[in-house]
Design a protein around this ligand. Sequence first.
Ligand code: 4NP
Length: 156
Amino acid sequence: MRILMVCLGNICRSPIAEGVLQHKADLKGLGWVVESAGTESYHVGEPPHRLSQKICLEHGIDISHQRARKFTGADVDRYDLIYAMAGDVLHEIHRTSASAGSRGHIGLFLDELNPGLNESVPDPYYGGEDGYHHVFDLVNRTCDAIISRYAQQGSK
Ligand code: 4NP
């Protein structure tokens, strides 16, 4: 399974989601590849936000090696699952990839936790550290849901 997490800047939310799901999948020996990207290019090449790094490290997950990259329409043909962290991001994914073939599922990340509610992971970029803890908690629970849904299908 190849999985892509997408947010706006690829420095706050999707790097946490990449780190947490990759960590959980590795612990279970699933052989999954988890990556992330952003629909905006402001932070391309940068490591994750220092608070995203800090909160992940507090949970034993080192995401310091990650570097932001921009989502491209061709990505929809390279991943089995593409998760948008927010509604505006999902809209941009569909807009950017309108002419590309889609290989797998594209949807809202939080739909795996609370199906049908169309919820977005709140953007912590303009707030304080509390926001990053909240994002981590949402991401952690949603990644558990993703693992229980897809792990039975075996590693690909
Ligand atoms: P992210 O957060 O999409 O979770 O990485 C943001 C990071 C940067 C900006 C917006 C959101 N920005 O406008 O620079």
